[in-house]
Design a protein around this ligand. Structure first.
Ligand code: SAM
Length: 286
């Protein structure tokens, strides 16, 4: 069954009496080349265990199953489970999990279905929860080797953005701390059924072997980063003293003095290295 063919997609949906659910971000991929780009971009081989988020009708799942040892596919929409059982009938290496990925224990899935050498994540992500999903996956960077996902083009730009750019923010820093983001394909909206309102991109997030900066407490650094970008137009002393109750403006100003920076500086110009230095200075003092 060729699920990247739009007529087949319509046929399958008609047969099961389903329609694309907007509330679940259902835009089914109908481009064979892009499917191959995701599988190749993830570097999937026959030893690999792959976690797919949102298999939908099973289009990408079938491609992944053809290349991997095992595919664990987590789908929230219960109406799609019988469809997936039908479309993936020919594969004995696919495990369909009926669940919300945000409530799944990925480590537990890995221990149950993996072989001990990490997992790869591949997905055409639901756009309404891309950021929470990706941030959740980053927490498992010790077991996830790489993440290759379709996201809104604008989100891909935010993931890759550097200091000073309007797209730069907490997401850019989280992604770049844990991985090396590279856009591997731009995907116009007409490659999906139904077409989303925005263009998309496939981004590859290769997990880093070692973090790019050393800090005394990573969670504390991300608290500083989140507080900074929650009030991105404010100066750093104002944003941090407002966002973190135990920090005073004077403490932040003293840290900026140690970094030879003016008190008027804004966090949006801060690189990851700057946030790491700030963490060192403030963490010791807090
Ligand atoms: N993989 C299919 C494809 O490429 O055609 C479908 C991709 S569609 C953009 C997103 C998929 O994610 C849908 O199947 C949707 O039901 C599923 N989904 C949405 N929210 C989810 C969640 N929280 N957990 C798991 N799956 C979810």
């Amino acid at each position: 069954m060729n699920l990247s063919d739009i007529r087949t997609v319509r046929e399958v949906m008609n047969r099961y009496g389903i329609s694309a659910q907007k509330k679940y971000g259902q835009n089914f991929l109908t481009d064979e080349t892009i499917l191959d780009t995701i599988v190749e971009g993830a570097g999937i081989s026959s030893d690999d265990t792959v976690l797919e988020i949102g298999p939908g009708l099973g289009t990408l799942t079938a491609k992944l199953a053809g290349a991997a040892r095992k595919v664990v596919a987590v789908e929230i929409d219960e109406a799609l489970i019988p469809v997936l059982k039908h479309t993936l009938d020919g594969f004995d290496n696919v495990e369909i999990i009926s669940a919300d990925i945000l409530r799944c224990d990925v480590r537990e899935l890995y221990e149950r279905y993996g072989t001990g050498d990490g997992i790869k994540v591949a997905a055409n992500l639901p756009y309404y929860i891309t950021t929470p999903i990706v941030l959740k996956l980053l927490e498992y960077s010790d077991i996830i080797r790489n993440i290759t996902v379709m996201v809104q083009k604008e989100v891909a730009q935010r993931m890759q953005a550097g200091p000073g750019s309007k797209d730069y923010g907490a997401l850019s820093l989280a992604i770049q701390y844990y991985s090396d983001p590279v856009v591997i394909a731009d995907v116009p909206s007409d490659r999906f059924y139904p077409s989303p309102a925005v263009d998309s991109a496939v981004i590859s997030l290769e997990s880093r072997e070692n973090p790019p900066v050393e800090v005394p407490d990573v969670e504390y650094m991300f608290r500083l980063i989140r507080a900074t970008f929650n009030m991105r137009r404010k100066t750093l002393p104002n944003a941090l003293s407002a966002g973190i109750s135990e920090l005073s403006r004077a403490q932040v100003e003293k840290a900026l003095d140690a970094m030879d920076l003016p008190h008027t500086v804004r966090g949006e110009t801060f690189s990851l290295e700057d946030f790491a230095r700030l963490t060192e200075l403030l963490y010791i003092k807090s």
